[in-house]
Ligand binder design. Structure first.
Ligand code: NAD
Ligand code: TYD
Length: 352
């Protein structure tokens, strides 16, 4: 069968990538989706059990740092669009091992850009290199009413955000220098199902469930702007199809929460669903040493995306967090497979 587009989605076995792959495979049977992922600790193919046998889905276990194999994948599948999500994504890990972040997030992105440039230089196809980035490249805001806009100057503070900022610059450089058709989106913190339980929300849900301490960094006063993951993937779908080449779009829910307030909402929701007394699990809150270089506040102005492409978040936060908590409670096996390391057995026989 000839597909209308052959879309390479990198990092498709991760949290946001698996939601994006599911959306595209189901919504666009006319597109062939090639999920390219190295399957690091954060990649989990069991996230995609429901689409793995669909005729328009393919998986390749490849490291984006492996230039030659990336070139082969482009040739084998006649790739004409890329949605690039593969990355090392956890700030705490970046503080411990910044080199891994430079390697994958910067060099890996450069490999993909160069491969796309070479593969597409003489084609008249409708090509697009979509780079998925983060609001963390803009740095940190004070406790005031300011928001990150697409014009905010880059000011990254963690090795993670520095590596993502660098990759964004390379993507723009490939557009400005070689005319590569690119688009970038910078999104705020995501939450939802299938998120690796090292990030705040799934880690804390898991710990509340297991009556384990909840390590709150510093005083818990840092602010993050939370967006339901499926609202993010809807935005990517819209930008992929209707975004202006060369442009950047901020994605966020206008939904700021101080960490400690968010943690109390999670505790209340889990306690209610488990039939515990309301607020019983607040005793698990444990204040620990602050993260080094901890950004104070993130808040995204996504009005460009709303005004130009008509996107708005679909879920109120209270609804989204309850839906998310329910999912983790109903999928404790998924969580346990990760905490025990068993999730890697799912694909080890097939892919090594
Ligand atoms: P994740 O850590 O859950 O998943 C990352 C995926 O990339 C994993 O499947 C992993 O195996 C794969 N990967 C890592 N290194 C690789 C390599 N060298 N080659 C091939 N595959 C590799 O991350 P996520 O939270 O789903 O984030 C996805 C993207 O979205 C990232 O680029 C991140 O910067 C961006 N982002 C995330 C958030 C968020 O809140 N999670 C917000 C805004 C932007
Ligand atoms: P995280 O989910 O790691 O996302 P990011 O650092 O990319 O925003 O953390 C969200 C917030 O929660 C951040 O301010 C750090 C804080 N945090 C804790 O207080 N304790 C934890 O154990 C974790 C993982 C995060």
């Amino acid at each position: 069968m000839r597909f209308q587009r052959n879309i390479l989605i990198t990092g498709g076995a991760g949290f946001i990538g698996s939601h994006l792959v599911r959306l595209f495979v189901n919504k666009y049977p006319e597109y062939q989706i090639i999920n390219l992922d190295k399957l690091t600790y954060a990649g989990n193919l069991s996230n995609l059990k429901d689409v793995e046998n669909k005729p328009n889905y393919n998986f390749v276990k490849v490291d984006i740092c492996d230039f030659e194999t990336i070139q082969k994948v482009f040739a084998d599948y006649q790739i004409n669009s890329v949605i690039h999500l593969a990355a090392e994504s956890h700030v705490d890990r970046s503080i411990k091992d910044p080199f891994a972040f430079a390697k994958t997030n910067v060099m890996g992105t450069l490999n993909l850009l160069e491969t796309a440039r070479q593969a597409w230089q003489n084609t008249e196809n409708q090509n697009l290199f979509y780079h998925v980035s983060t609001d963390e490249v803009y740095g940190s805001l004070e406790f005031d009413n300011t928001l990150f806009t697409e014009e905010t100057k880059y000011d990254p503070h963690s090795p993670y955000s520095a590596s993502k900022a660098s990759s964004d610059h390379f993507v723009r450089a490939y557009h400005d220098t070689y005319g590569l058709p690119i688009v970038i989106s910078n999104c705020s913190n995501n939450y939802g199902s299938f998120q690796f339980p090292e990030k705040l929300i799934p880690l804390f849900i898991n710990n509340i469930l297991k009556n384990k301490p909840l390590p709150v960094y510093g005083k818990g006063e840092n602010v993050r702007d939370w967006l339901f993951v499926e609202d993010h993937t809807r935005a990517i779908d819209l930008i992929f199809h209707k975004g202006k080449i060369g442009d950047t779009y901020n994605i966020g829910g206008f939904n700021e929460w101080k960490n400690i307030d968010l943690i109390k909402v999670m505790i209340k929701t889990v306690d209610k669903l488990l039939g515990r007394q309301e607020g019983e699990s607040e005793k698990l809150i444990t204040y620990v040493t602050d993260r080094a270089g901890h950004d104070l506040r993130y808040a995204i102005d996504s009005s460009k995306l709303k005004n130009e492409l008509g996107w708005e978040p679909s879920l109120q936060f209270e609804e989204g967090i309850e839906k998310t908590v329910r999912w983790y409670l109903e999928n404790q096996e998924w969580l346990d497979n990760i905490t025990s390391g068993d999730y890697r057995k799912y694909y080890q026989e097939m892919y090594g």
